[in-house]
Design a protein around this ligand. Sequence first.
Ligand SMILES: [Zn+2]
Ligand SMILES: [Zn+2]
Length: 617
Amino acid sequence: MGQRSMSSQFLQKARLGELDTLREIVQVVTPRNASVDLIDLLFNFITINGVPVLERSRHDLVSAAVAAARPTLCLRALWKIVNSSDRLKPDVKSALVQRIQDAGGDLFDWTRFCLQTGMLCISEDMLTQRPPSRLEQYLLQADLLTQLLQLDSGCFNALTSSCEFVQLFVELWTAKSEPQHGNHSSITYRMAFVGPSTICPILELASTVLSEEGSRDLLFSRFDSVKSCEAFCQAAVDRIRDDRENNTVPGWIQYFLALVAILTNLVRRSHLFRSQLTHLSYLTELCVATSRAMDVTPETKGTARDLCSGMMGIFALAMDRGSRQRLHRNWEHLHNGQFLQILFRAAAALEPEDRQVREHIISTVDSIGRATSSPKLFGGSTFGSPWPSLEAFKRYPTLLNAWKRLLFLQDRAREACRRLETRPSVFACDYQHCYRSVLKGHEMPKQCAGCSSVVYCSQKCQEHDWKDFHRNECLHANDLHSRLAHSKTIYDHDTRASHIALLEVIVSGMRSRDSAPSDHILTIDLDAAGDGSPEKVLVESLSDIRETCARHLPAYLQPRVVSLFEEYHGRNFPPNWRLIKGVFSPFTDNHKTIQLILLLKPVEDGHMGVYCIAQYQ
Ligand SMILES: [Zn+2]
Ligand SMILES: [Zn+2]
């Protein structure tokens, strides 16, 4: 029957639903001999009975198998037609597209039914293994769906707006594979194919579903709680771990990059998926998989470049600036996966011609360096294991310098964290004209009961300050305090304390007293890092700073700031006190830089910030 269409007599017989005739159709049908009549016939059997609901008794399963006999045979014929559909005649193709637009739901539901029950909906001559493995069926099914998506734009739209299609995709994505050779009990194998020349068809399908607005919305609407997307996310993470066993195979890196792109899409588009994936420590898993790939992948040209691209993708995922806590946790996950060590190794293996990737790495390393200006977020974790010699970068001076800068900044951030932990238990009196410091434990400091934001060495100082300033501040300060407690993204006390500690470390490292005359103050701008230097240090005129304070600080703080500046200008403070300004980059999405005006007093081994006013602009 090969090239010619099937005779009308033959189709007439098939219309009666004779199983043998339908079986014969499965055997002889090709994209070439398919006709409009045949397409109609196949779809009639696929749509005539509803798809049985699974999860019932065994008896039901038997009757379901009977009900599925004809639709299953028709599916086999149909998927054969879809395979290499580029050879379809135009009228047959448009009939196929039309029926999929009208009744695609049944087609996908039956296919899902077959995958779940183990009934074959793919013709045996398309499967190479005897008996066909689940893995082979799932991969081929995903491939057929991808071919269907490419059939025609109308078909593409019908699929990506179909709930049943998305359900079928979820089945393909979440299904587990038979255990692979050996017993790797800790890993659940997913239907995933890593081969030298093709991307896993299930990954390819996932990329399409996630990149189209319609199907993505349908997918997300199926999951309405963190719990409900657990299985989907677990399947994604299992795919990363799965790779860990497979990543000696050529082609693994392309698979890995596709997976990173899919995860990026999930994390960026849905906070539920982001939470669930984070809960599963996907960033750590990605780092560990990369690290293993580097251990086993033979050095071939381009491998290091691809691995570096993957690492950049992972880093971009981690730099979630939406909230301080998330950023901190992501960073810990990267650290647990030894992100920096892996990046270092991958960068060292780059070829001279990989100039662009190298520049990308330099900018990443610089942004990690900038992030250490919030020591509480990034500086606390140690990047423990010994670094390979920086000699590896000798060939690339700009990369070498970036890495040296990072190591320097990390040391400094660590020092700031250490200071926070071992702070001498000294506090300074908050009354501006009092120069006393109090050693905790010796005298009880007097804290303002109204706002808890100021402390004094004595009741006398407290009374003076109340009269001069604090009576106008207390209510506002109390207000701010309760707002801080309830906000997740606002600049919190801990982060501010770590900023102060970092400024202390920087100032302690400066030799002479600030070179600024009394009408200027030293500004340490950590937001302007770059051009090879970790920060920008300049002097700014006091009147300029007063002006910006007048614009950005709340009115109740103005009298105190003005008085602080006047005391400084009039040289009324002891000569070893310093007034500085620190500028920090925003670490949340509000895009406002943080500016701190800090008064520093000398203590045992350096300086200590006693008076700090924060403003955003
Ligand atoms: Zn005092
Ligand atoms: Zn108060």
